[in-house]
Design a binder for this molecule. Sequence first.
Ligand SMILES: Nc1nc2c([nH]c(=O)n2[C@H]2C[C@H](O)[C@@H](COP(=O)(O)OP(=O)(O)OP(=O)(O)O)O2)c(=O)[nH]1
Ligand SMILES: [Mg+2]
Length: 189
Amino acid sequence: MTVDGSRVFSQQSTVNSQRLECGIIYFLEFPKCTISKSSSSSPQLTMSETSSFPPHKIIGVGVIWNDQEQILIDRRRPEGAMGGLWEFPGGKIEPGETIRECIQREISEELGIVIEVGEHLITIDHTYTDLRVTLTVHHCRHVTGIPQPLESDEIRWVTLEELEEFTFPKANIQIIAALKGSGEWGVGR
Ligand SMILES: Nc1nc2c([nH]c(=O)n2[C@H]2C[C@H](O)[C@@H](COP(=O)(O)OP(=O)(O)OP(=O)(O)O)O2)c(=O)[nH]1
Ligand SMILES: [Mg+2]
């Protein structure tokens, strides 16, 4: 059983069947975990990438530039974490993936476009009330495809100056400050 529908886990730990009576506590403390059957037929609890609280997500993020020096932002769906806030496209890294591969895949999944991943902009470690995120941000260049909000509510191309008009998660204050410092897109420089 997968508790939150998430994919593969990079670290695993198990508890034996005697401790399964406390399974509900594990679910409450570690929302990303699975129960599976071991070869000896005793059930095991398999936990996600973190056993700490709050849980820690490693995220690849792309600041996608077009030829008009605009940046693509998307609004998160109203339901779920940080619903309704604007963000730079991206998402959780999968096992065996590099950050660049993660950004390329997430942007293809979320927007249906092909991008080129350029220079590293900044890496931010931020702790929200119930979640810690490490956001590794790269400049990207839009190559082909018309962006569509496949996993978000809305998308917009905006200038660096216009970013001020949108509400982003707290961690993005540092991303936007770094962007203002770096000025231009970082592909092919
Ligand atoms: N993509 C993105 N995430 C951000 C930004 N700023 C920020 O705090 N975050 C946080 C919000 C989320 O908690 C986390 C991204 O994780 P997510 O759950 O949306 O990841 P995902 O796209 O892979 O989505 P899913 O597989 O869970 O559906 O990082 C940002 O600018 N872009
Ligand atoms: Mg995402």
